[in-house]
Design a protein around this ligand. Sequence first.
Ligand SMILES: [Cu+2]
Length: 235
Amino acid sequence: MKRLLIVLGTVIVGIGIVAGSAAFGHWKAAEPAVIKAVVDGTSPTPDGDRTHAKLELAIYPQSSGAVPGPQLNDTGANVAANGQGWPFYWPSTSIELPANSVVEVTIHQYDSGGTIYNPWFAKPQGIVEGTFTVNGSPEVGVSPTNVAHTFTIHQLPEGNQPYLFVSVPVPAQSANAPTDANGYPTKPIDVTFTFRTGAPGTYVWNCEFPCGTYYVSFGGPMSQRGYMSGTVKVV
Ligand SMILES: [Cu+2]
């Protein structure tokens, strides 16, 4: 009986440790609040009319009084990171899209940039018509030497769900663009693109431009939720 109690006690302590570290891991990986694409009608497609939804995002070079940036938890960890001048997508990197829909995304871009390692990502992939617009004019790519970020949605490796791959390059602001009191260029570069979603699924997205810190500039914000990577839920 005594032995049984010891075994039981050990198991209970073990469960406590696992549950505790899971809670800690979850807290560490806190996701920003979800931003949902807004359904605004229907759109004709080769398969008939589909739900049309719009999503609006912005990219800032660093946080400011006007745009506080990601506040992923209340420990101050990511608030401190903001002080390092990390670029981020705004208002969230946790995105929800309607299934079997036509999704139109607008990105208001305020960051500078440079040369992307892989020029393949300077061309859009997986979007309707293969063209996107930059400040209203249709484009089939941007110069690989003038990229600020990319918005790249892809599968989870174990994904047993509809294929979804979308990648769009976002051109850089000129280094000497006039800036406002918050240090942001006075005019964003507006990028719009459209793609279709299929059945529900869970995907991730990230930026493919080396805009981060550490090894080949792919650390720091590049792998940080709230900054340059996030989730895409098709529901
Ligand atoms: Cu980036």
